[in-house]
Every structure is written in C-alpha cells, then in structure tokens.
Design a protein around this ligand. Sequence first.
Ligand code: ATP
Ligand code: MG
Length: 393
Amino acid sequence: MEYQSFLIKYAEIGTKGKNRYIFEDALMQQIRLHLEKVEGSFAIQKEQGRIYVNAKTDYDYDEVIGALTKVFGVTGICPMMQMEKCGFEELREKVLAFVKREHPEGGFSFKVRAKRADKHYPVTSDEINAEVGHDILEAFPDSRVDVHDPDFIVYIEVRQHVNVYTKTVKGAGGMPIGTNGKAMLLLSGGIDSPVAGYMIAKRGVRLEAVYFHAPPYTSERAKQKVVDLAKLVARYAGPIKLHVINFTEIQLYIYEQCPHDELTIIMRRYMMKIAERLAEANDCIGLITGESIGQVASQTMFSLRTTDEVCGLPVYRPVIGFDKQEIVDLAEKIDTYETSILPYEDCCTIFVAKHPVTKPNLKSIQKSELKLAEKIDGMLETAVSTEEVIWCS
Ligand code: ATP
Ligand code: MG
C-alpha cells in the first residue's frame, strides 16, 4: 500500500456557516458511495475542517484516485503520511524519509509549510519550516528552496495527528450531490445534454433523466447509447433513474396535424410537458436541457421562449452560452464524447422539417396545437403510464 491515508480538501462547502456540518456529512456520504465501487475497505473520518480517507486494507492507488476525483465537493486529494505526534527529532526523520520516497529524483525546488494547530506541540511552525528545510537541503544538495514558485510544498500539519504531504491531485470541485435537490435532465444521445447534466449535478443537484424514444424510427441501439451516457454521467452524479418514454404516437400525430415548419417546436413543447409531469411525480424541482442559444432552429431565443411557455418549473440550461467546441471540450473531459458521437438516429432529426421556423410565433404555435385537442391528452397519459424505468449506475 503506497499511502495509508488521503487528506480530502474542500473549498466552497467550508463557507456554509452553521450548516457546514450538513455539507461535510453529505460529502463524506458521497466519498463513501464512490469508494464502494473500488476494491478495499476505507474509514472516512472528520476532524475540524478536514476529512480523511484511511485505508484499512490493500487497495489500488489509481482506482482510488479515479473514484475520489469524481466526487463533487472535493477540490483536492492529498495522498499523505499520517502519524502519531512524536518528538521533533523523530518527526524530522520521518518527514525526510517521506520526501525521499515521494521525490527520489532530487534536483527540485521546494518549500516547507508547517501549521501547528496544536499549540501544545513544543516546536513552532517557523522552527519546523527551518529545520525540515535544512534536512531536505542536506539530503538533496542539488535541491533549492523557492518560496514563490516551488516544484512542491512539503505540508506538515500538527493536529490531533501529524499530516505530511507534498502532492495534491485536483478534485472535481462543485458541491456534494444531495445538497441541492433533484432535477430532471432531458437526455438525448447528443453531445450537449450529458454535459448539461454533469454541470448541474456538479452544483450538488441529484439527477433523474428522461429519454424520448421513437421506435421503430429510433433503434434499440440508440436507446442503449442513452443508457450508456447516463451511466457515464452517473460516475459523477450517482445513480440516475432514467425514464424512457415512447414518443412515437405523439410525434406521428403532430406530424399529421400540424404545419411541418413548426414540428420541432411543437414536439419540444410536448417533450417539456411530459418531462415536467415526470419531474413533479418524482420530486424534481427543475428541468435541465443541453440547449445553447442559436445552435439550431429550435434553440434561437425566439424558440426557447416558445418552449419555456409550457413549463411551470424552471428550466436550467447550463451550456446556454457555450460554443460547440467548449461543450465538446467538457464532453471529452468527462468521457462522454466518444459515446455521444456514435451515429445512431435521433427522434428529433427523423421528423425534422426542411425549413423549420427560427422565429416561431407563439400565437401561431398555440393555434396549430389546437388541432391536437382531440387525442393529445390521452396520448400524454399513455406515454407517461407506459414509461420504462432503467436505473443507470
Ligand atoms: P444534444 O443537445 O444532447 O447534443 P442535440 O444537440 O441533438 O442533442 P437538440 O435535438 O437540439 O439536441 O435538443 C436540445 C435538447 O433537448 C437536448 O440537449 C436535450 O436536453 C433535449 N432533447 C432532445 N432530444 C431529446 C430526446 N430524444 N430525449 C430527451 N431529451 C431530448
Ligand atoms: Mg444540442
């Protein structure tokens, strides 16, 4: 086992005043859930302003780091040596041995930053810095101290125990899942919606998702692709309840009854209505889409306004101001891109008009929808009541 312990750094949740413990507990719970997926047994402990993960068995370092870097709320993971408090001589020896193990290559610049939280410890922080710095320089004559931009910092925290670390792996940031309610993600097989889900989940929001499936126009493979995407997002966001809605009848009905240049907008309005029903039945207090202004006809400001008109719940569109490339960059970072670009058909593209309206007129859309009055309510009922639920984790 390379390291016995990891120090978990968190930033934003540290500022929540009296509610801080709620955020810390949620973070610990999330760390626990993520570590359940890797081999080994771990104790997660809290000490004022610090969370530690202590390994109780052997584990695979890369696997543990892989899990911890997907926990929202964590800003940094520091593999560390944690030891009982001891005399200063012994402390110096142990720190030096640790630095030798961590940076055997030498030729580095460094600085020592000691923090004595336990004021009973007989050596001050400044003295620790000076003495340990001296030890390292002596052991590595080709190293040098650089207080402004060192290759690494040797942190020595004298608290209940002594924590020593020199490396910090960047965490996912954000807030722990479960601290900010739940929202319903409209998840298509595209590039944008998985990224949108990731971004909102990062703010501590639990996700459910809905996929509108149009068999036989969209295939089982297209559906499987959405399931795979939900699983990829779930690596960060936790288990996602995916509602698969059969949308074929509704789409065909709209296609028969309404002007074709308004198809996409009308279809999207019904998607939103169904998503909202599912949201309300499942305690979700918002909807999420991967829309970005101007990306396609249905995403102009005019179109978005028309879509929003049917929604009572707030619609969160975290990539609204992103260029496609910025969304692609994020998709690559969270590993959804390769799956998103698999070339399966999408229900929106099958029924799309050659020249969709880009400035839909709300009155005209509402008028067209009157032509659906006879059957649409029953169809919405059926679509919701025949949903298929797939848990993705
Ligand atoms: P993506 O935005 O995921 O890349 P896309 O660009 O093809 O897919 P559009 O068809 O323009 O997206 O739809 C915009 C948004 O509407 C999507 O980001 C998604 O939130 C939602 N959406 C579209 N099609 C579906 C679907 N079949 N099921 C669920 N949500 C959908
Ligand atoms: Mg899109």
